[in-house]
Design a protein around this ligand. Structure first.
Ligand code: ZN
Length: 545
């Protein structure tokens, strides 16, 4: 572990510095405030260090993107070496004692308060990350990285063999390492439990106690809507979604969707591109943000919604405040806020009647009239089918959060030592029966369906459901400010929605923690009501209740 030596500054020295150092002017909201040049020099040095880390991290992302999209199979031998070395260098950059010295010097400076809100937030974000990373012993970081790779392989094998016992011993080791890290982070982050420290990585300041309360309310609302949908005599015909559409044609559909949402992949100034991978994802920074999708010949809708989903992530990354590039505040707020943007475009926009009013004729044109016999309302109902299922990534809007609630409750109990790794399949299957009424036949469609735990991503799952809740709150606010947004959508105009999201979410970057951002933008605390209202209104029309 790296130990930081901070420069001691005596009070008399501080006082002398305060008086003697020449001043420069720094413009902040509401006027000019004097900031000492010594302080500004230290701040600039810290921002330079931070910029290097951000750029270096983007290099790592590019290596990972290439690994998923273009790399030939044998390339993995060299790539794992490249990624290992890059991660090691990055860790050294992040824990560089000079960063600790600069933070200390800035925060103890008598003029610290003259820094503006954005500068203070930058210092706070660097400090938070530095404190956490330096407290984790290098041995633990390296062991965890190795174990994640091993667990990932064991998960793939176990999943293919439908045999949890293949994955179990490696997952047990990984969970032990994660518990050790969580115990350390809990002290640094001052969270009530180790699991809260893991949640904080993805959703800063959110606690498992708050999530439990929010999710209980959400669950009650969702189960009520679910029961009404399932028992309705009005059920959609989903065979429309199974019509065979050649992959070449589906690529053209993706281009059209990208154009519609304003995600430029074609012009000379394009900052995006779409590639093909097993699992869709988004990666990038400001001017180079790439998405991927997966085409299935007999499931054209799958790619339509993944392009809209990943496109929503990409718009966020591309539309962060351009003045904040290379600064810590020029990054997304949290995983939950990120997910609110992708789910907003995928579901609130992409599964709305108005969107299909505009897009169905386009789809028909692009597919050489493959949908000329399709009725708009039948299609809209088909893309909004509500049906309890076993697989999270295939879940509809109503049941999706129930999948997340199950994972959250299991993780919370696992890290509180109430559930062991060996008990996971049993607990999983019971909850699926309880919450969704489905019977899990084997662990591949059960506890091993997601990659998250094999990748060491504990504490991540709640962000998905929080994203949905945030998207409902943002929608309620946007409807007040753009009452005719649906009419505009029906006319093929997505621009005002995009601008609204950029102004109210993207451009704030990481200036606030998620709870503060939601309060500032919507005027209220996190509130499940709006998402439930949105679902109720939409599905009561579709299912006639
Ligand atoms: Zn997403």
């Amino acid at each position: 572990m790296v130990k930081t030596k901070f420069k001691e500054v005596s009070n008399s020295h501080k006082l002398k510095t305060y008086i003697a150092i020449p001043r420069i002017f720094s413009k902040i909201k509401g006027g000019y405030v004097m900031v000492s040049s010594e302080l500004m020099n230290e701040y600039k040095k810290l921002m330079e260090k931070s910029k290097e880390i951000i750029i270096f991290d983007s290099i790592k992302s590019l290596l990972e993107w290439d690994m998923q999209t273009k790399m030939p199979p044998r390339g993995i031998l060299l790539r794992s070496q490249q990624l290992g070395l890059v991660s090691q260098i990055e860790h050294k950059m992040i824990t560089n004692p000079e960063i600790g010295r600069l933070i200390e010097s800035i925060m103890k400076h008598p003029d610290y308060d003259s820094l503006n809100e954005q500068q203070k937030r930058n210092v706070y974000l660097v400090k938070k990350f530095y404190d956490e990373q330096t407290k984790l012993p290098e041995r633990l970081v390296v062991e965890t990285a190795k174990q994640e790779a091993i667990a990932n392989e064991a998960w793939k094998k176990g999943k293919a063999a439908k045999d949890f016992s293949v994955f179990k011993p490696e997952l047990e080791k990984l969970v032990e390492l994660k518990k050790e890290a969580a115990e350390i982070l809990m002290k640094v982050k001052e969270t009530p439990t180790p699991y809260d420290a893991l949640i904080d990585i993805f959703e800063p300041k959110m606690t498992s106690e708050m999530i439990t309360k929010i999710f209980n309310e959400l669950k009650t609302g969702l189960v009520s809507i679910l029961e009404k949908c399932v028992s309705s005599p009005k059920q959609p015909d989903v065979s429309i979604l199974k019509r065979k559409i050649p992959i070449e044609v589906q690529r053209k559909i993706s281009k059209e969707l990208a154009k519609f949402i304003g995600y430029d992949i074609e012009s000379e100034k394009a900052g995006g591109r779409i590639d093909e991978t097993e699992h869709p994802f988004t990666t990038g920074y400001y001017y180079d943000v790439r998405i991927t999708t997966h085409y299935y010949e007999d499931n054209w809708a799958s790619s339509v919604f993944s392009v809209l989903h990943e496109g929503g992530h990409a718009l966020y990354d591309q539309n962060l405040n351009p003045e904040w590039i290379y600064q810590p505040i020029g990054s997304p707020c949290s995983a939950g806020i990120h997910e609110s943007q992708s789910r907003f475009i995928e579901n609130i926009v992409g599964r709305s009647r108005e969107f299909w009013l505009y897009f169905l004729p386009k789809l028909n044109e692009l597919t050489n009239n493959a949908f000329s016999d399709v009725n708009l309302d039948a299609l809209v109902h088909a893309v909004n089918l509500v049906k309890p299922s076993k697989i999270r990534v295939e879940a509809d809007e109503v049941t999706y959060c129930l999948h997340i609630i199950i994972r959250f409750e299991i993780e919370r109990d696992l890290f509180a030592d109430k559930v062991s790794v060996a008990e996971l399949p049993q607990v999983w299957n019971e909850k699926y029966k309880d919450y969704l009424g489905v019977k899990i036949e084997n662990d591949s469609e059960g506890v091993m369906q997601d990659i998250h735990w094999a990748a060491g991503l504990f504490g991540y799952f709640p962000s998905y459901a929080l994203g949905n809740i945030y998207s409902g709150q943002l929608l309620a606010k946007m409807e007040k400010e753009i009452p005719n947004w649906k009419e505009q959508l029906a006319n093929g105009n997505f621009n005002s929605v995009k601008q609204w999201l950029t102004k109210n979410v993207h451009s704030y970057g990481n200036l606030y923690d998620p709870a503060d951002l939601i309060r500032i933008v919507t005027g209220e605390e996190i509130n499940v009501k709006h998402y439930l209202n949105y679902l109720n209104e939409k599905y009561s029309k579709l299912y006639g209740f």
